[in-house]
Ligand binder design. Sequence first.
Ligand code: NAD
Length: 499
Amino acid sequence: MENNNGVKRYQMYIGGQFIDPHDDSYIESVNPASGELWALIPKGEKEDVDRAFQAARQCFESDEWRGISPTQRGKLLRKLAQAIADQAEHLARMETQDNGKLYREMLAQMKIIPAWYEYFAGLADKVEGSVIPLDRQSVFNYTLREPLGVIACITPWNSPLLLATWKMAPALAAGNTIVLKPSEFTSASSLEFAKIFDEVGFPPGTLNVVTGYGHTVGDLISKHPMASKVAFTGGTETGRKVAMNAASHLASVTLELGGKSPNIVFADADLDAAEAGVIAGIFAASGQTCIAGSRLFVESSIADRFITRLANRAKEIRLGDPMQPDTQMGPAATPGQLKKIEEYVDIAKNEGARVLVGGERPSHPELANGLYYYPTILTDVNNSMRICQEEVFGPVLSVIPFDSEEEVVKMANDTEFGLGAGIWTNDLKRSHRMARVLEAGTVWINTYRASAPNSPFGGYKNSGIGRESGLEAIYDFMQTKSVWVELSDEIRDPFSIRT
Ligand code: NAD
């Protein structure tokens, strides 16, 4: 990697080597808080993708990788976890510089990433086959769990390394090799991660990082015949394309897609906790999280009071340089994202929504070069408006009052998405009743935005297919082989089925 006038020029990581892109062209990476160019990211092409898959497949078939025991794989993953922990501050700085999320948020992410590698390191040598109790005693039938091959991992810009980790940790623990393509807007941290990975002692080709645009490198990766599975996080429309690409060569998919998650506040809730949860749900990370609680349903009897509290709190949120410890909200990650936020607020206004708070960019000169947008609360909305049905991926909250449990469940579920849902109530029975009927992969009761390596995460409906994290995740990167062994000397009729 070269450093020219403060601008870093990165290389891709293929077959254990850091290399320049095939046609020597680059994508500019701009800091969204300052508007400054800070890195040049290799613009990969077909030749780079092919090279990466060849390296990954060669490694997958090699004795260096296939020959090592699951326990040894676990040890390597633990070593990787430690190496990431040692570099947490450095990686967090890279992420903040690239996507504008708060340094303290990214540092917290870097500090929990090792937990995923440790969890799956622990699972690596606990994957067992089984002995099948067949009717015919003379046959010994057992199963083996085997890795799939090369896993194509595609990640978005909002939490690049965390979301890559959710794929790579179980995939590596299961014995696969990887071709990773991060978002073109935030590739630096994955290439920095590659440097850390390179020193841990995995055989060359275990991980390959190819950077470039989604419509070229992403497209090629998801339809590459050597990809045994595509593990994707991103928008729902892109997810559809990726699934169709994977289907062309019958690769399996895990898709973690968009959301329009409801956060539901009942009158009996602890309103201090609910307020903090609603704020965390939509304004943390400037609303640029898949699980953003972008639709707030609040029980009518407390609606005015609760909305006033929220509005006051939202007005106090400190926008600014995401590297500073007292900043509470950073910029949008890309100019395109900022434009999308502005457009959606306009659409909402045209549909009759009222801007209670925010609804514009700050005019403060200190923020002039960054992609900032005020925390925004919209009232006078109904659930069928576009602002309540389409993902904004920004700090925009729509508020809808409700009168009954039945009514709010109906509205909460009335969306194509089903990623997360929050319930705020002190009524124990109601909270569990609601958890059962809400159509979402994760339901948080009196908390929001919590995740852990051992808890499954994923979407219902158009929010995705499959789950990441948790015990099951490792099996999603494996296939089952059934082995039949005849133990008797009996010669059987060749023209009738064998059981
Ligand atoms: P995106 O869909 O635009 O891009 C995601 C990745 O796909 C990027 O690496 C991109 O380069 C690549 N890509 C783009 N076009 C492609 C194509 N035709 N073929 C293959 N790959 C292609 O998403 P984004 O804007 O980077 O991220 C925001 C989206 O991600 C939001 O919708 C958000 O909800 C979703 N997301 C979901 C989760 C989750 O766990 N469910 C987590 C974070 C973000």
